[in-house]
Design a protein around this ligand. Structure first.
Ligand SMILES: CC(C)(COP(=O)(O)OP(=O)(O)OC[C@H]1O[C@@H](n2cnc3c(N)ncnc32)[C@H](O)[C@@H]1OP(=O)(O)O)[C@@H](O)C(=O)NCCC(=O)NCCS
Length: 180
């Protein structure tokens, strides 16, 4: 893992750097699923308003973890509590800055997310949806104990468009909590 990596709760000041990373990551990884018109448009402004709203209000229903490398934000994970009656919390967004992929940032964010989730909802599981075309992310989830627990046609995504998605789950958070 890279040195000087620190995970912490996001604050309203993180809205712009998170939106920048989010827009860049969607453009790089979601083409073919999200519409070209949307990805070629003002994705940053769309994400900036979403993150300003999410982080601008205290809400007990979700939490966002960011990873800093030195003084730069290099990753984030956003989790919605109690999203599913059986599988628990939904990991709604997870992105690592492109040039720092495969340096342990994703694993650190998942570990921190599991630790916070365990404090907030001790008996909750965790699940997420990943694009079927996103085989790199699937390899990442498998490597940290995730298993495929479902599949469906995802979307409509922001800007329209639909594509197959897989559901990954961790019924027990123990494996994630102890990853690092
Ligand atoms: C998917 C993502 C979050 C993973 O984060 P990361 O910081 O790159 O992953 P890590 O370095 O923590 O990887 C941990 C382990 O996962 C596995 N892994 C990660 N990326 C992989 C890849 N591309 N291919 C195969 N295995 C991979 C490896 O076992 C890796 O350990 P190793 O590097 O020691 O072999 C990140 O690559 C990313 O932001 N991707 C683009 C956005 C995205 O797809 N988000 C997920 C949306 S559902």
């Amino acid at each position: 893992m890279i040195a000087l990596l620190n995970c912490r709760a996001a604050t309203p000041d993180d809205a712009v750097p998170i939106a920048r990373l989010h827009a860049d990551s969607w453009r790089r990884h979601y083409r073919g699923a999200y519409s070209d018109a949307y990805l070629d448009g003002d994705v940053f402004e769309d994400r900036r308003s979403l993150w300003a709203e999410r982080l601008g209000q205290a809400d007990d229903d979700y939490f966002t973890i960011v990873a800093d490398h030195g003084d730069e934000l290099v990753g984030f994970a956003h989790t919605v509590l109690d999203a599913d009656a059986e599988q628990g919390a939904l990991l709604d967004n997870l992105h690592v800055r492109f040039d720092l992929k495969r340096h342990g940032v994703g694993r650190a964010l998942m570990t921190e997310t599991a630790q916070v989730l365990r404090q907030r909802r001790p008996s909750s599981g965790l699940y997420l949806w990943v694009l079927k075309q996103n085989t790199a992310a699937q390899a990442f989830y498998s490597s940290i104990g995730g298993v495929v627990v479902g599949a469906r046609l995802g979307g409509p995504f922001p800007g329209g468009g639909r594509a197959p998605v897989l559901r990954y789950g961790w019924p027990d958070l123990s494996a994630l909590v102890g990853l690092l």
